[in-house]
Design a protein around this ligand. Structure first.
Ligand code: CTP
Ligand code: MG
Length: 175
């Protein structure tokens, strides 16, 4: 029972990371192609530094939406975060984790949009939490089982929202 409550709070707690991660998909659907963050730089392995899936427009919109969500949650849900940094660092970590994920995928020879299970679904969240927990450590209310369930819920949400985005014509691939 307590674990379920802890899981519910955890899902609300990480919303700034979810919002930062999801916004670029919608924005790029309307913005068109966008400007690649890596400025089309090719590494010595013959592959792009990041690839066309990471754009300036995606980064700016994801960060803005995530930071706005962080400020709103911090203001209207007092007691959830130990400070503005704890929620404000989450969208930054989410975008950094997503970019790092693309960097690793290219180095592994996975093309843009190709699947990298676990990394695709959880990379952004793990980096968001790593950054958010730097100033204060993990929150005391989050029990270990709830943390594992949060990873599971995030992976399931990631896959299901991707399928929805695919059906809505926002994404080329369902995964
Ligand atoms: N996106 C973006 N800029 C970002 C993050 C995402 O423009 N910083 C947009 C891109 O249109 C991208 C889509 O959101 O195609 C989905 O993001 P993601 O799945 O992370 O990118 P992929 O296209 O799958 O590329 P990669 O293989 O590098 O993960
Ligand atoms: Mg992808």
């Amino acid at each position: 029972m307590l674990t379920m409550l802890s899981l519910l709070v955890a899902v609300i707690y990480v919303l700034p990371a979810y919002i930062a991660n999801g916004t670029p998909v919608v924005v790029l659907r309307f913005a068109g192609r966008g400007h690649p963050l890596d400025m089309r730089m090719v590494m010595r392995d013959g592959r792009r530094l990041l690839g066309d899936g990471k754009t300036v427009e995606g980064l700016v919109s994801g960060l803005s939406a995530g930071l706005a969500a962080a400020v709103l949650l911090y203001t209207f849900l007092p007691g959830v975060y130990r400070g503005i940094l704890e929620c404000g660092l989450m969208p930054i970590g989410a975008m950094a984790g997503d970019i790092l994920g693309s960097f690793l995928k290219r180095r592994l020879g996975i093309e843009r949009g190709g699947s990298a299970p676990v990394l695709d679904q959880l990379g952004f969240l793990l980096m968001a939490l790593l950054l958010a927990w730097l100033p204060y450590g993990p929150p005391g209310w989050l029990d270990p089982l709830a943390f594992l369930l949060l990873l599971l819920v995030t992976a399931l949400l990631h896959v299901s929202t991707n399928v929805l985005a695919y059906l809505a014509g926002l994404k080329e691939k369902w995964y």
